[in-house]
Write a protein of this length. Structure first.
Length: 609
């Protein structure tokens, strides 16, 4: 037996040597593999940094290019300028490659695509997406990063469903805002809606508002505050408002107060807000209506600053590009001193003037017009304002100036439709030196700029052929109902006789504004923006006066704490953003004096095998 076991120790030793050798090889292999992976990872990080550096340099060059173009921005040249800077960047990239072919590492712009986002029929106003791809290589490890830069010539207020550029934003009660919101001052939110009834100022407890979009504020920590209903007088004092929280520990969180996550609250400095000068925009459009050269346009600005709009209108009246619609004479009034014969002659003269004006507006318009005095559109004496569709959207560039087609109303504009069974059609670009009143059913595809106040009263403003009204007012915009307590029977955006009428409109005031969906109810498909403070008040469901008519009563929908989250669609004040204004009203939109530039996030591009 012992003789048979001789040599087994050697086999065991050889086996152990083999095992340890394999373990050693495994350790060495793992070490070498880890080292290779570490080196590869290091090259990966280096290549990403090189690609990011190339992107940063390209974006910085684009920003520098357009930062130097502050002043009278010419939208027509934006696309051309982008092509020039694109070619410069790519040319520099090719020079680097040709002079350093042997480099083991490089970071370079591989490709720049300029994509059209929103451009009018003649590129007069435009929005471009510049997609930049950077490719970096370190010892054979290649990575590609992509970044998009959006540039446009539109004022920023057109990009938001609601907000205030210079003032504070007060969202009181339960309005529902579908779209992005901006505030250049502070944001105050509370679960109370303010209203006035029979001369008394009152408040009613309801749910907090809902913002379904991104909220742009000055500071998440310092400019966002809320007040929760307890004592109804407590929220009348802004000192009682508390900071909205984001840390999930103390107080009401942003999701509780505004219905948005913390990720959707972004700080955007007021200085980066691309603003508009309403009066200069008004003069821009007058210059386009008469085909004024750049020097003539600048002269209009000097005249306006010295003498006002009346002198500007007197100056442009002689333009051959304007059809002059004479002012209507005052309606004749019979008195003994006038006499019957003189009165009859005055009646004939007045009727002829009314008939002449009626005939002007019976057909589609094809020229710029100056209406002297007030213009009253009632569906009878003046049936509507209807430009040919192509003429309304036509804006041509001739040497150093633009030409487009406008009606200039040198007085007040009233669109008053007393017949609920018909709609007045308004299609065109309109400048009004006085006040604007809109009442009744209107089908509209128009940009309207007013130098005074605007009142929208018991109006249903629906878009003509899926277009809308863009209303820009120097003075306040008042929206009201003569007969309030509109019922809300079905969720937005269902349209019926028992629901609030939808206003297809984007409204801007250079003043401050108060909007109420408490007794009245408003649904807006567009937006509402103010330069000054903007106050929005709303409740849910239906309201009615109490028996003594000293205050309002609210249904269970408004008071329910654990109600269906979809009840926000039955808010008495809803604004739903409509981005189609950039194309539908391209010609009428105001120009700005700086390029708006939005820089997107960097994205790693997957590589094809």
């Amino acid at each position: 037996m012992r003789r048979n076991e001789q040599g087994s120790a050697l086999l065991l030793v050889l086996f152990m040597v083999f095992v340890f050798m394999m373990l050693g090889l495994a350790v060495v292999s793992a070490s070498l593999g880890g080292a290779v992976r570490s080196v590869t990872r290091e090259k990966d990080v280096q290549s990403l940094h090189l690609a990011e550096k190339a992107l940063n340099e390209a974006v910085a060059r684009i920003a520098a290019k357009f930062d130097s173009k502050q002043g009278n921005i010419d939208p027509k040249t934006l696309g051309t300028d982008l092509e020039l800077i694109r070619n410069e960047i790519l040319e520099d990239k090719n020079k680097k490659i040709n002079t350093d072919d042997s480099s083991r590492s490089s970071g370079e712009i591989e490709k720049i695509e300029i994509q059209t986002v929103n451009v009018g029929t003649d590129n007069a106003s435009a929005e471009y997406a510049v997609v930049i791809k950077a490719k970096a290589r370190v010892d054979g490890v290649t990575r590609i990063l992509e970044q998009t830069v959006i540039l446009n010539t539109f004022p920023d207020f057109l990009k938001y469903v609601a907000g205030s550029s210079d003032g504070n934003l007060f969202i009181n009660g339960s309005p529902y805002l579908i779209g992005d919101v901006f505030t250049g001052g502070k944001l105050y939110a509370k679960n109370e809606a303010d209203y006035t009834y029979n001369g008394s100022n009152r408040s009613i407890a309801t749910k907090f508002p809902t913002v379904d979009g991104t909220l742009y504020v000055q500071s998440r920590k310092e400019t966002m505050k809320y007040c929760e209903s307890g004592n109804l007088n407590a929220c009348a004092d802004l000192n009682n408002y508390l900071p909205i929280n984001f840390n999930g520990i103390n107080g009401r969180q942003v999701q509780d107060v505004l219905g948005v996550s913390g990720d959707n609250v972004i700080e955007k400095a007021r200085q980066k807000f691309v603003d508009m000068n309403l009066e200069e925009s008004f003069l821009d459009k007058i210059a386009e209506a008469i085909g004024a050269t750049t020097n003539a346009r600048n002269s209009l600005s000097d005249i306006y600053k010295k003498s006002g709009i009346a002198t500007v209108i007197s100056t442009v009246k002689s333009s051959t590009d304007l059809i002059i619609v004479p002012k209507l004479p005052d309606p004749p009034v019979f008195t003994e001193s006038v006499g019957e014969d003189a009165y009859n002659l005055a009646v004939i003269k007045y009727d002829n003037a009314v008939q002449s004006r009626k005939e002007i507006f019976q057909n589609e318009l094809e020229s710029s017009m100056l209406v002297e005095g007030d213009l009253y559109v009632d569906g009878d004496n003046v049936e509507g304002i209807v430009y040919d569709q192509e003429i309304k959207m036509k804006r041509t560039y001739l040497e150093d100036y633009y030409k487009s087609y406008w009606i200039i109303v040198n007085g007040d504009l009233t669109i008053d439709n007393p017949d609920p069974n018909r709609s007045i059609v308004v299609r065109g670009n309109i400048l009004v030196t006085g006040n604007v009143m809109i009442r009744g059913n209107v089908l509209v595809d128009a940009t309207l700029i007013s130098l005074k106040n605007t009142t929208i009263e018991d109006a249903s403003i629906r878009g003509l052929n899926h277009k809308q009204l863009v209303l820009i007012s120097k003075g306040p915009i008042l929206i009201n109902r003569i007969e309030p307590f509109n019922p809300v029977t079905t969720a937005y955006p269902y349209v019926s006789a028992s629901n609030p009428p939808i206003l297809d409109a984007f409204m801007y005031t250079d003043d401050e504004a108060w909007l109420y969906g408490v007794g009245s109810a408003f649904w807006i498909h567009g937006g509402f923006f103010a330069r000054g403070d903007l106050h929005i008040n709303a409740v849910l469901g239906n309201t009615k006066p109490n028996a003594s008519e000293t205050m309002l009563q609210f249904d269970a929908l408004n008071n329910s704490i654990d109600s269906d989250p979809n009840n926000k669609l039955k808010s008495r004040f809803i604004i739903d953003y409509d981005p189609s204004i950039f194309t539908a009203q391209n010609v009428g939109l105001p120009r700005v004096k700086q390029i708006s530039m939005v820089i997107g996030k960097k994205r790693l591009v997957p590589q094809t095998p």
